[in-house]
Design a protein around this ligand. Structure first.
Ligand code: SF4
Length: 280
């Protein structure tokens, strides 16, 4: 009979589990509650929260005064937080503590007079939030962006938590020799790379891989690509309902992995679903 194995690192990271626990707890209290943007990139979790009465808004001003506004793991600019308080909202801050570290590092570099560069993806909510913590900070996406940059004498870097280490190394290499002092706060969180390594390890041996997570989640899609390179029979699903018995024919080892926005109970449902199908 086929064996089903979950990658040793898979699913919701510390920051996402913490934010989910906070919102589920507040929702039980029955207060008027909304998140600023979807809490995580996982439509079924967003639906579950919506069923529990948790709304999603885009701007603090859209909330009713006196209600609670949850700031998600990506964090926000100080300006957005101030707007929420000015709108008479109770702010529940679910910003991941690792993202808070990025904010603190950016603030410190700006206060010490460094030219602050945020290495990451322009337009990503986390990067946008970080930019607001250091006046004049600029985004650098890749080493080639450094060529077009006016580089000052003293440069300080902070990094988007989910950035690949390789990109940071390339940006640092491109800056060496272009300034007198280069200070780097390596704020990469290893939750992403650990999930990628564990997924690759399992996909190398599995006959079929199932990747669980939102179709709109960049880190889940990346996990899918890593697995598909190693295991031709790789499938990306959002929930156990999408499982198909035909996928598992003749497979000895079925591997499961999941993006950082997939809660543990969703992975468990997929594991149980596969076990039902292969023993039917
Ligand atoms: S990936 Fe890391 S930084 Fe981002 S929410 Fe998860 S634990 Fe926090």
């Amino acid at each position: 009979m086929a064996r089903v194995e979950v990658a040793r690192e898979a699913g919701a990271c510390f920051g996402v589990e913490r934010a989910l626990a906070m919102v589920r707890g507040l929702a039980k209290g029955g207060d008027a509650l909304q998140t600023l943007g979807p809490l995580i990139h996982n439509p079924s979790v967003v639906q579950e929260l919506s069923d529990a009465g948790v709304g999603v808004i885009d701007e603090p001003e859209q909330a009713t005064a006196g209600s609670t506004l949850v700031l998600r793991t990506h964090g926000v600019t100080p300006e957005v937080e101030e707007r929420a308080r000015n709108a008479g909202l109770v702010v529940a801050d679910a910003t991941c503590p690792f993202v808070k570290k990025v904010h603190k590092a950016a603030e410190r570099l700006a206060a010490e007079g460094y030219q602050v560069l945020v290495v990451g993806e322009a337009g990503h909510p986390e990067v946008e939030g970080t930019l607001g913590h250091a006046a004049g900070a600029q985004v650098v996406g890749t080493a080639s962006d450094v060529d077009a940059l006016q580089v000052g004498r003293r440069v300080g870097l902070v990094v988007q938590t989910t950035l690949a280490e390789r990109v940071l190394r390339e940006v640092v290499a491109a800056l060496v020799g272009r300034c007198d002092e280069l200070r780097v706060f390596d704020t990469i969180c290893d939750a992403t790379s650990k999930r990628q390594e564990a997924a690759a390890e399992l996909a190398d041996h599995a006959g079929v891989m199932v990747v669980v997570g939102g179709k709109n989640s960049a880190n889940t899609t990346h996990l899918y690509d890593i697995c598909a390179e190693r295991c031709a029979r790789t499938h990306h699903i959002e929930s156990a309902d999408e499982l198909d018995a035909g996928w598992f024919v003749d497979a000895e080892l079925i591997g499961i992995t999941a993006g950082a926005s997939t809660p543990a109970d969703h992975i468990e449902r997929v594991r149980a679903g596969i076990e039902r199908l292969v023993t039917a």
